[in-house]
Design a protein around this ligand. Structure first.
Ligand code: BES
Ligand code: MN
Ligand code: ZN
Length: 514
């Protein structure tokens, strides 16, 4: 989608979007349009049930007096309702209406309702704070457009009526320079989300570990250092646990290591990097502890944590974030085979601890055990945040609204919670503790890979924590949010959501850039 900002639009072919405030006052744009169309806008408001309620859209086709092929009147609600989320929702609603309508371009004219009093303009991307600036409204409309216009049509050879036509989006704003500046940051995030969604949506016969790694290499163009470790290299490092998960697959396992060094260099001082680790199970059949057919459907998305890490690193590099960040993605395919890892196998992890594997379907924690250990020993990071579609139990507990958050550090946890609220990717903190940790004890090895029938998400998190030393660490269990099967979120039209990219991008911007 070609998205741009202009300070005024004299000619507006294509569709024209005008915001209407609930309660009658017309904004400057709405007033001008009312004049040009000889009072049509006021007539709609007085003669029909459209009064500008938030989320309502009416479409006027071939309106008299102007060049536009159609006008979309979009309800903005009361002035105080115009939040970041509302601006994004507006962009998304219009894309939904016009994406395949035959229309090729759309111009948004959504100026601010006249402000009463002189309140300070709010911070970008904060859904709670009101009174957005003109520039903020413009960029968040654009962000809604960017996220909602995403499509994954690679494998559809006949789109029929579903052919997208909308190509060009223009947002009129009195604060064009500021909007263009802010858009650099937000469009980087939107690109990162697209990177993550594409990976999650790709089928597993196409996207196996080495193909994921190849796609990760593309980040080198943005200045990211990309290393790909193969099985021989991982064997040398003692990553037997990650390799054991991939043993039953025809595809070789990989470890992707990404480094973005954007922090300004201070004399002599090298600050510890921040680190993000992703579960990259390109397909999870369960292995010999095979999943039933229905549970296996969708398991191409079991690399959603890794996809979010790659999308985040893309966003950070694209917007040249002033931070040193590391991304590590453990890539495997979990398959049953004569060479596959068995329930009862005991494997020595990179950390030296041994694991009794009792269920080969609890494989994500095994991959992460070595990936976390590798990251912390090699990079001595300031903190580690890992993302994983780790347990079905987190979906039972939290559904698809919140991801599960587990952490050994209150400050880190608090920062993740508030970044999530700000961007609309919310997380809910879950407990950790010795009584849960005990459930993993084994009689024959240092630990088992499953903890029994209860508290499945917590015992999975406890397992990960056994591979984390003193460093602050957080684990996001994203099994309920990385993809969506039923109703789709307003800003996420595809199966893969790209969940986590926006949250972590915001989290980095808020706290770790110098
Ligand atoms: N990838 C799954 C978790 C999952 C389930 C993600 C549903 C998304 C939707 C994970 O590898 C898994 O199979 N976990 C098991 C753990 C069990 C064997 C202890 C689970 O949740 O059933
Ligand atoms: Mn599994
Ligand atoms: Zn899995």
């Amino acid at each position: 989608m070609d998205i741009s900002f202009v300070s005024s639009a004299t000619k507006t072919p294509g569709a024209l979007v005008v915001g209407i405030i609930e309660g009658g006052t017309l904004t400057v744009a709405a007033n001008d349009l009312d004049g040009a169309t000889r009072g049509t806008i006021r007539r709609v408001i007085t003669k029909t049930d459209f009064k500008g309620k938030a989320g309502k859209v009416v479409e006027l086709l071939a309106p008299d007096g102007i060049e536009a092929s159609r006008i979309l009147l979009v309800g903005l609600g009361k002035p105080e309702d115009l939040t970041v989320a509302a601006a994004q929702g507006l962009g998304a609603a219009v894309v939904r209406q016009l994406m395949t309508s035959g229309e090729t371009s759309v111009t948004f004219m959504v100026d601010l309702p006249p402000r009463e009093g002189k309140e300070a303009p709010a911070k970008a991307e904060d859904p709670v704070r009101k009174n957005l600036s003109e520039a903020e409204i413009a960029v968040h409309i654009a962000f809604g457009v960017a996220l909602r216009s995403y499509r994954f049509d690679t494998y559809r050879t006949d789109l029929k009526e579903d052919q997208p036509t909308l190509k060009k989006v223009v947002v009129v704003t009195s604060e064009r320079a500021e909007a263009t500046r802010q858009w650099k940051l937000l469009s980087a995030a939107a690109e990162g989300v697209k990177v993550a969604r594409d990976l999650v949506n790709e089928p597993p016969n196409v996207l196996y570990p080495d193909e994921f790694a190849r796609r990760a290499k593309a980040l080198a163009k943005l200045g990211v250092k990309v290393e790909i470790l193969n099985e021989a290299q991982m064997k040398k490092l003692g990553m037997n646990m990650l390799l054991a998960v991939g043993n039953g697959s025809e595809h070789e396992s990989r470890l992707v290591v990404l480094r973005w060094n954007g922090a300004p260099k201070r004399r002599g001082k090298v600050a510890a990097p921040i680190a993000f680790i992703g579960k990259g199970v390109c397909f999870d059949s369960g292995g010999l502890s095979l999943k039933p057919a229905n549970s296996m459907m969708g398991m191409k998305g079991d690399m959603g944590g890794g996809a979010a890490v790659l999308g985040l690193m893309h966003a950070l590099a694209k917007r040249k974030a002033r931070v040193d960040a590391v991304g590590v993605i453990g890539l495997v395919e979990n398959m049953p085979d004569g060479k596959a890892m068995r329930p009862n196998d005991i494997v020595k992890t990179m950390s030296g601890q041994t694991v009794e594997v009792l269920n080969t379907d609890a494989e994500g924690r095994l991959v992460l055990a070595d990936a976390l250990w590798y990251t912390q020993s090699r990079f001595k990071p300031r903190f580690m945040v890992n993302l994983a579609t780790l347990t079905g139990a987190i979906v039972v507990a939290l559904g698809t609204e919140h991801a599960g958050l587990f952490s050994n550090n209150d400050e880190l946890a608090g920062r993740l919670i508030s970044a999530g609220e700000t961007v609309g990717e919310t997380v809910w903190r879950m407990p950790l503790g010795e009584s849960y940790n005990r459930l993993l004890n084994s009689k024959i090895a240092d630990m088992k890979n499953i903890g029994g029938p209860n508290a499945g998400s917590i015992t999975a998190a406890q397992f990960l924590q056994r591979f984390v030393n003193k460093v602050p660490w957080a684990h996001l269990d994203i099994a309920g949010v990385a993809w969506q099967d039923g109703e789709h979120k307003a800003l996420a039209p595809s199966w893969g959501t790209g969940w986590g990219v926006r949250l972590l991008n915001r989290f980095v911007a808020d706290h770790y850039e110098s």
